[in-house]
Design a protein around this ligand. Structure first.
Ligand code: ADP
Length: 497
């Protein structure tokens, strides 16, 4: 069914809000940015056709507040809402509320979100569809005795996860019987406080697995296809840092089987728009992990190897105008994305906040920078510390790695620390270069803080002078008070996606 969309409200912030505004502008659509108080004046704020403040800094009162977002979008005259990723993007009640208010939700239906986005329901659907799952327990009986018995039955190591969880939160590892009680109870507590439900499920922990995911897309005719794979094994605390397309680890046969499985589960869930089917791959066997019913942070690497624009495709699908043609889709070359965090790699990655000084991205062929903050913008402690994504494309994986290292070395971000030095170390590591890394790569090879480089006498003098914007290739120092704080709101769980 065709729908007229003229003005799109963006229920998000930072680089993804900018990404969506670009796509809207190119399609001739107006935009309304629904923002919190501290995000007034951000890059997306400066770009949007219209801006509406929907609440204070606390996400629960702004970006996660369904009512505030709906009211803001209506007041801004929007006829559609794009949720971006994180925040309300996988919230079925939000999708429903948008439609009920007479607007179009740019994403799958509330029903699809419930069937696929809920980890436990998704497993039930996958089981019925014959897809391979990690052995585990996702039953209703949540008593400690039952869960402990199931852990024994699965065999160690076991991972306990919050049923309503996400972003790597609410997960606990059980290595031996004596850990089980405490791990289950602490996962239940964390699940209750972070997601409002103490329900957990259990999975066998695969200790040498790769994280491989498939982009799926359902067009306006209801046809669902996969758009190949991404490798996201470089993770810290179960959260991705570097992603690539396509994976260096799949044979043609595995790629075909996994791609078919991904399209099959999305089809079962009557999927519309962009989604991601995540798998773990170990010893040549793959297992469904979960489905993310939204645009993924790492979508640019798929765009780069396929020459597609997933955000425009989402918007056109919402208008009922996007139909896949029958041309074969063939990935070309290799793309890598690095997530840039405002954090101090020399102090174990503690967040770094403050005003951004000069920021310079080294443009060049096959380089793409997605950012939501510029010189003079403030990196606040309220939200996820990802400040930008650097994406490169080249003809081969080894060339793409070299291009990424050069690009990061030439990137300049003054005012806050960034993880650029850490990313460069990872990109140079032999296991990464070979492409054999598993999800435990960081824990194995980079367990602690990076050793700080020796400063030159001139640099030391500058630090002593307390300079806030000292130029260091690829990063800079900040004397922000946040660096010595151990209780920043996002410590311990940095990502929502
Ligand atoms: P979230 O929704 O919080 O992101 P996921 O279930 O997608 O959680 O898992 C995130 C990451 O945690 C995976 O990419 C993987 O590294 C690790 N993980 C999750 N489940 C398992 C498992 N059963 N065995 C090994 N690693 C796992």
């Amino acid at each position: 069914m065709k729908k007229t969309i003229k003005r799109v409200a963006i229920a998000n912030r930072g680089e993804v809000a900018v990404r969506i505004i670009h796509a809207c502008e190119e399609l001739g659509l107006e935009t309304v940015l629904l923002h919190s108080e501290p995000d007034m004046g951000s890059k997306a704020y400066r770009m949007a056709t219209k801006t509406i403040c929907i609440g204070p800094a606390a996400s629960s009162e702004s970006y996660l507040n369904i009512d505030a977002n709906i009211k803001g979008a209506l007041a801004g005259g929007a006829d559609a809402i794009h949720p971006g990723f994180g925040f309300l993007s996988e919230n079925a009640s939000f999708a429903e509320a948008v439609e009920k208010a007479g607007m179009t939700f740019v994403g799958p239906s509330a029903d699809s979100i419930r069937r696929l986005g809920d980890k436990v329901q998704c497993k039930a659907l996958a089981k019925a569809g014959g897809l391979p799952l990690v052995p585990g327990y996702e039953g209703e009986d949540q008593s400690l005795e039952r869960l402990m018995k199931e852990v024994e039955g699965i065999g160690y190591p076991v991972i306990v996860k919050a049923a309503a969880g996400g972003g790597g939160r609410g997960m606990k590892l059980i290595l031996k019987a004596s850990d089980a009680k405490e791990a289950i109870e602490s996962a239940q507590r964390e699940a209750q406080s972070a997601f409002g439900s103490s329900k957990v499920f259990l999975e066998k922990y695969l200790d040498r697995a790769k994280h491989i995911e498939f982009q799926v897309f359902g067009d306006s005719s209801g046809r669902v296809v996969h758009l190949f794979d991404r490798e996201c094994s470089v993770q810290r605390r179960h959260q991705k840092i570097i992603e690539e397309a396509i994976s260096p680890s799949l044979t043609d046969n595995l790629r075909r089987q996994m791609g078919e499985a991904a399209a099959a589960i999305a089809t079962l869930g009557k999927y519309k728009g962009a989604g991601t089917v995540e798998f773990l791959l170990q010893d040549g066997e793959f297992y469904l992990l979960e489905v993310n019913t939204r645009l993924q942070v790492e979508h640019p690497v798929t765009e780069m190897v396929l020459g597609v624009d997933l955000v425009k495709a989402q918007l056109l699908t919402a208008m009922g105008e996007f139909i896949f043609d029958d041309q074969p889709r063939i990935p070309r070359g290799h793309a890598i994305e690095c997530r840039l965090y405002a954090e101090n790699p020399y102090l174990g990655g503690i967040p770094s906040t403050g005003l951004l000084g000069t920021v310079k991205w080294p443009e060049g062929p096959g380089r793409r920078f997605e950012y939501g903050f510029e010189k003079g913008d403030e990196i606040t402690p309220y939200y996820d510390p990802m400040i930008a994504k650097v994406i490169v494309w080249d003809e081969s994986r080894s060339r793409a790695i070299r291009k990424m290292i050069h690009t990061l070395k030439d990137s300049i971000v003054f005012g806050v620390h960034t993880n650029i030095p850490y990313l460069i170390e990872i990109l140079n590591h032999p296991e990464f270069v070979e492409g054999t890394m598993t999800t435990r790569f960081i824990e194995k090879n980079f367990p602690g803080a990076l050793a700080a480089p020796e400063l030159t006498a001139a640099e030391k003098a500058l630090v002593e002078l307390g300079s806030k914007h000292k130029p260091v290739a690829g990063s800079s120092l900040s004397n922000s008070a946040a660096e010595s704080s151990s209780s920043m709101p996002w410590q311990g769980y940095w990502r929502g996606v």
